[in-house]
Design a protein around this ligand. Structure first.
Ligand SMILES: C[S@@+](CC[C@H](N)C(=O)[O-])C[C@H]1O[C@@H](n2cnc3c(N)ncnc32)[C@H](O)[C@@H]1O
Length: 451
């Protein structure tokens, strides 16, 4: 298991797995194991008496993979899950652990109860931690952090910031990633026509419940290999980004810099709208990632914009010369855990201070290069106050020539199927928290006062 072996977790299965169904199973299994890592570690400890620190990496990976199949993958028969996992020990030079693995997995299998899982405060019939019909009764006594497999520090923060119920909602939503949202390139195709074309390739989509015109699909693997994708008829972009960008696009006029542009999701959205008089430039710290923007612009057939490598914390631009800056800053990405469950184990609380330091420098730089009357759109896919309101409020307190524009003053995006008020914080910023069909996103609008 790549992640536990210290490598990169990839959504893409290794090329040697060629059969589509096997590739799907690989992604599902790896994701499920990473998503429920803490619960599975705890179950392994319970049934073996050994904590994960006491296990060699391959042995830990195998026992977790086996338990994940028993608990979460209804489509894999229990005997197959146990036998295959025990056999795999031989390939990972962990043959000595076969007997131990067999014992733990068989014990765990015997203890499983048929679902639905509903201990604790979850509603009856709720899938709880994401299980597909079976659960261990012992889970009921675990803390929310263990049951939903999150680090304690994240749950504690969310409880403090959003309240106990919302924290529980976020952690459960994080375990129910159901697919992706498509941004339809409406200059090339209608959503209905795109849905028909994808259906023709056995990819089912449905209208997104939050935003008219957006589609969602649970079949992520086939999507990127599909003809409509190659033809540039859609971009995979979470509904949260589509809503936020739809909300702010009308404010970005004249010379606008997207200072953290790669791989070009927001840049291509803005360029594709073709607003009159909009002169966009894309920048990113990593020169290699500029190619990703170029490829996306090409595929989608949107106008190519100038692209440059540069540091958003030291912009290579003179003061007071831009009308707009889009700052989609690097962040802890805790709003994206639904899609990238490994973030739960990669990030530590100390990262937040490091990110907010960089974010503050970037906001300061963006402020420097704005003309009076110019607008900065600051956004993160983090749920953490330090990276969101913390950065914006500090900047506004220390720089009186800037004012916050409340999202209440800006018309919501066309096609929004929810009450816009529910997406605006008390201070007037945009905030979406992860839910059944969306990831977390924060946005703030800052204007340089006219002189
Ligand atoms: C959240 S991603 C941007 C996503 C992009 N806006 C989109 O919609 O596709 C953050 C980007 O910031 C870039 N980045 C990191 N540090 C940076 C810096 N100091 N200056 C500019 N870009 C930076 C990363 O390479 C990454 O591409």
């Amino acid at each position: 298991m790549v992640f536990l072996a210290g490598g990169d977790f990839s959504e893409n299965p290794p090329p040697r797995i060629t059969h589509e169904a096997d590739r799907r199973l690989y992604v599902h299994l790896v994701r499920t194991t990473i998503r429920h890592l803490r619960l599975l570690d705890e179950i392994a400890r319970l049934f073996s008496g050994r904590g994960h620190q006491e296990l060699d990496r391959p042995v830990r990976a195998l026992v977790l993979l086996g338990l994940a199949q028993l608990r979460f993958l209804d489509k894999v028969a229990a005997y197959a899950a146990v036998n295959e996992t025990v056999e795999a020990a031989g390939f990972l030079r962990a043959g000595r652990a076969k007997g131990w693995l067999n014992g733990v997995l068989r014990k765990a299998e015997r203890e499983l109860k048929p679902g639905p899982f509903s201990p604790g405060r979850e509603k009856p019939g709720d899938e709880g931690t994401g299980g597909e019909g079976k659960w261990w009764p012992q889970e009921a006594s675990f803390s929310l952090a263990i049951r939903t497999s999150h680090p304690d520090w994240l749950i504690a923060r969310w409880e403090k910031q959003f309240g106990r119920e919302a924290a529980e909602g976020i952690s459960l939503a994080n375990n129910r990633y159901e697919g992706v949202t498509l941004r339809v390139e409406t200059t090339r195709v209608t959503p209905e026509n795109l849905a028909r074309q994808l259906e023709g390739q056995a990819i089912h989509t449905e209208p997104h419940p939050l935003l008219e015109g957006a589609l969602r699909s649970g079949q992520t693997l086939g999507l990127l290999a599909s003809r409509p994708f190659q033809d540039g008829l859609f971009y995979v972009q979470d509904v949260s980004s589509q809503v936020l960008m739809g909300w702010v696009a009308g404010l970005l006029k004249g010379k606008v810099l997207d200072a953290c542009a790669a791989p070009g999701g927001k840049l291509t959205l803005l360029a594709g709208r073709g607003a009159a008089g909009l002169e966009l430039t894309g920048m990113d710290l990593h020169p290699g990632r500029l190619a990703d923007i170029w490829v996306n612009q090409n595929r989608l057939g949107v106008p190519h914009t100038p692209l440059a490598a540069g540091d958003g914390a030291r912009l290579p631009v003179s003061s007071g010369c831009l009308d707009g800056v889009l700052l989609d800053v690097p962040c802890s990405s805790t709003g994206m855990i639904r899609k990238y469950p490994e973030l739960k184990w990669r990030k530590v609380e100390a990262d937040l201070a490091r990110y907010s330091l960089l974010q503050e420098k970037m906001v300061l730089e963006a402020g420097r290069v704005l003309k009076p009357g110019g607008v900065m759109v600051y956004m993160t896919c983090s749920l953490e106050t330090e990276e969101n309101q913390g950065v914006v409020n500090r900047f506004l307190t220390e720089n009186k020539e800037f004012t916050r524009i409340s999202f209440r003053e800006v018309p919501p995006p066309p096609g929004l199927k929810a009450d816009p008020a529910g997406l605006i914080t008390g201070e007037g910023d945009f905030q979406m928290i992860p839910g059944q069909d969306r990831m977390g996103l924060y946005g703030a609008l800052i204007k340089k006062n006219e002189v």
